[in-house]
Design a protein around this ligand. Structure first.
Ligand code: ADP
Ligand code: MG
Length: 698
């Protein structure tokens, strides 16, 4: 059968070695197969004129013929936009301009016939076409070409005349070579059950759609397949792991747990905490190895759930370990745990990079003999030199700082892998969680401890410092504490540190009567601790810091979080920062300070922050604004997201759908050995060999 994967791109007509090498480097295209899986990002249909009543938000670029029946402007300043109501007698669409409003108003006349060309989108229930091309209807002749694909190209490609049109021609000749159907990559059962079109038809129509209907079918089939194999891979792996590894069985919930519950627990658990603990108890008792992701917004009380889960491990004769992403956090957990476990016969130790020499040796030994029950630490705990007598449970706090590879290293700490509980305060949108952590079970704490007042968030321009400082003074006089955070990123580290220092000096001179402390990641650990301690103990009223305080730090008396240059932070980061306040009973505030000039998407981010405290809503919005590739979770887990056609922000429903299908298949035929699944097994193997880091997805 005709196999595109074995055909080198350089032998395609019009390519040759030089252009082939550019395609290799710029787009990772080596074979005809790679080429044909490089999909258009848009389509242009100049072949016909559509009626407004036919169109919806799923169209390519199309043409309409009609008249402007009225102009309106909305908004002010940067968000000002011009809307022209455009009618063709079958319906009305809104033409929208964000720039050049004056020019447009001068140029286009009411009640004159135009042909407009653009991509319809649906916004607030109305069909919009933003910045359309417009021509007098008399001046346009229709082309006979049908829908034309457009491909993204790079600067380098353009310089060698490898523009979209050149790619289109190459696609056309490859499609022309396909005389007989390509070998299918989905089983005929899946294709039939879900009414998919064949691979060959899909590939032909994704490049040169015969009509919008077939384009939609092609897109559906290819997205279906892409997401389906990701899920099949993860679920098969999860199943396999389930079958291969027995989990330690924590049979009893014993003395330690009950003692703690009765004597030491400082408050009633929330309903959500109780529910999650039940889920965990079931998991660790059923003989399976637990791999659970615990999501809970900042301040929802994950630490307590971690501790009580670890007590179950201890009750069953195992050790437990809690891993945090930074020393500050590890320290803090250590202090919290010691306090919570006060008076109980449990030995807790702290192991971080700064624990050295004799002390470290003693810990190593204590872990081996089993004298140490509970270890708290940073990455240091997964070094090869650290060995346990019987590690039963590992809790990883703030997972997004830990790579998947590090998670895997835990497996080697014991003959049988310990139970793993991963906690994150960065709510991950469902779709992303299913893809990134598709092998994990998910628990959610969706309830805050009682008595919390929602944090009030305010966006303020930086020319209003006086009122800002008056507010700070008032809060401090009432006995509260204040964080002031500056951005710090690698690329501009020097300038950022300078800004932080200047900010620190400014605050010192503004509030000479207060104690101000300063913390940033470049400090020596001892100095950092000292400064943190000043704030935690209440001696310092104001802390000036970089994002080192982003994760987990807990000072309930702090009620104001001021973020300077808030425009430079991402949504989830802002949300994390905000979560540092609002932990006590007092009303808390988060003040986002920016300059006056803001980009559109920055404005949107700030609006969302002001509007909602709900971490999940923020995470969804973040995914939509930035796309999955940029999300912290994906980058830091080291997973290359190489989705060619699906969009996790938009295809959530399809993802859930194909996941269910994959689950059914895996449940029925875990090793994909049935004849009907032969193609699936084969395709999975092929995909694993290709460059996508499938290994790390699983
Ligand atoms: P996070 O989920 O962000 O890690 P923490 O575990 O640090 O949250 O808890 C935040 C604060 O809420 C802590 O001061 C903790 O003692 C308190 N807390 C946790 N659970 C409860 C509860 N059920 N009732 C009251 N306060 C609680
Ligand atoms: Mg925490």
């Amino acid at each position: 059968m005709f196999d595109l994967t074995t055909r080198d791109i350089k032998y395609l007509a019009g390519v040759g070695p030089q252009r082939a090498s550019i395609l290799n480097k710029e787009l990772d295209i080596f074979s005809l197969h790679d080429l044909i899986y490089y999909f258009p990002y848009k389509y242009v249909d100049r072949s016909r004129i559509y009626y407004i009543q036919e169109i919806d938000g799923n169209m390519p670029y199309i043409q309409l013929k009609g008249k402007i029946v009225g102009f309106e402007t909305f908004g002010e300043g940067r968000s000002r936009r011009l809307v022209a109501h455009f009618s063709d007698g079958t319906g009305v669409v809104d033409l929208v301009w964000f720039q050049g409003i004056k020019y447009i108003l001068n140029k286009y006349k009411l009640h004159q016939e135009y042909i407009i060309f653009g991509k319809p989108t649906v916004f607030n229930g109305r069909i919009n076409v933003a910045h359309p091309d417009m021509d007098d209807s008399a001046s346009v002749t229709l082309s006979g070409m049908g829908m034309q694909p457009y491909y993204h190209t790079t600067e380098k490609m353009k310089r060698s005349f490898l523009n979209s049109h050149a790619l289109e021609k190459m696609m056309s000749s490859v499609i022309g070579m396909i005389q007989e159907p390509l070998s299918e990559t989905l089983s005929s059962k899946v294709i039939a059950d879900h009414h998919l079109i064949s691979l060959t038809d899909a590939l032909k129509n994704i490049h040169f759609p015969s009509n919008p209907e077939l384009l939609r079918k092609a897109q559906y089939r290819l997205k279906f397949e892409e997401l389906f194999y990701i899920q099949l891979n993860i679920l098969r792996y999860a199943k396999e792991r389930q079958q291969r590894y027995r989990g330690y069985v924590f049979e009893t919930v014993g003395e330690k747990f009950h003692d703690f519950y009765k004597k030491n627990l400082p408050f009633e658990l929330t309903g959500a905490q109780k529910r999650v603990l039940k889920e965990i108890r079931w998991d660790v008792g059923c003989g399976r190895q637990m791999n659970r992701l615990l999501q809970g917004d900042v301040g929802s009380g994950k630490t307590l759930v971690a501790l009580m889960s670890m007590l179950i491990a201890l009750d069953n004769g195992y050790q437990a370990c809690l891993m945090a992403p930074t020393e500050i956090l590890a320290n803090q957990h250590f202090e919290t745990m010691k306090e919570l476990l006060f008076g109980m016969d449990i030995r807790v130790e702290l192991l971080t990079g700064s624990v050295k020499g004799k002390k470290r040796e003693a810990i190593h030994k204590g872990l081996l003999t089993g004298d140490i029950h509970l270890l708290i630490g940073t990455h240091a705990v997964i070094e090869d030199t650290v060995n346990f007598s019987s590690l039963g449970l590992v809790v990883i706090d703030e997972q997004h700082r830990f790579g998947v590879a590090q998670r895997a290293r835990l497996w080697n700490k014991n003959i049988q892998p310990p139970h793993v509980l991963v906690m994150t305060a960065t709510p991950i949108p469902r779709t992303l969680a299913m893809t990134l952590y598709g092998d994990l079970d998910v628990s959610v704490i969706d309830e805050l401890p009682p008595g919390r007042k929602p944090i009030s968030t305010i966006h303020q321009f930086d020319n209003r410092r006086e009122s800002l400082y008056r507010f700070v003074r008032k809060q401090v006089e009432e006995g509260r504490q204040v964080y002031i955070v500056y951005p710090l990123i690698k690329e501009s580290e020097k300038i950022d540190l300078k800004n932080l220092d200047e900010g620190f000096e400014l605050i010192k001179s503004e509030f000479p009567e207060y104690t101000i402390c300063k913390v940033h990641g470049k400090m020596k650990a001892a100095e950092k601790d000292e400064q943190m301690q000043l704030f935690a103990s209440g001696i310092a009223q104001i802390m000036v810091a970089t994002t080192v305080i982003e994760v987990g730090v807990n000072v309930p008396n702090a009620s104001v979080m001021i973020v300077e240059n808030a425009e430079r932070f991402g949504l989830s980061q802002l949300h994390q920062l905000r979560g540092r306040v609002g932990r006590g009973a007092e009303q808390s505030y988060c003040i986002l300070v920016t300059s006056y000039k803001l980009k559109e998407d920055t404005r949107k981010r700030l609006e969302i922050m002001v509007r909602t405290n709900d971490g999940f809503e923020i995470a969804e919005a973040d995914l939509k604004l930035r796309g999955p590739g940029d999300l912290e979770g994906t980058q830091q887990s080291g997973i290359a997201f190489d989705l060619k056609i699906s969009d996790l922000a938009k295809d959530g429903q399809l993802l859930q759908y194909v996941r269910n299908i994959a689950q059914e298949i895996v449940d029925y035929d875990p090793h994909l050995q049935l004849p009907e699944n032969e193609i699936l097994a084969k395709q999975l193997k092929t995909l694993r060999k290709t460059k996508i880091s499938w290994a790390s997805i699983s």
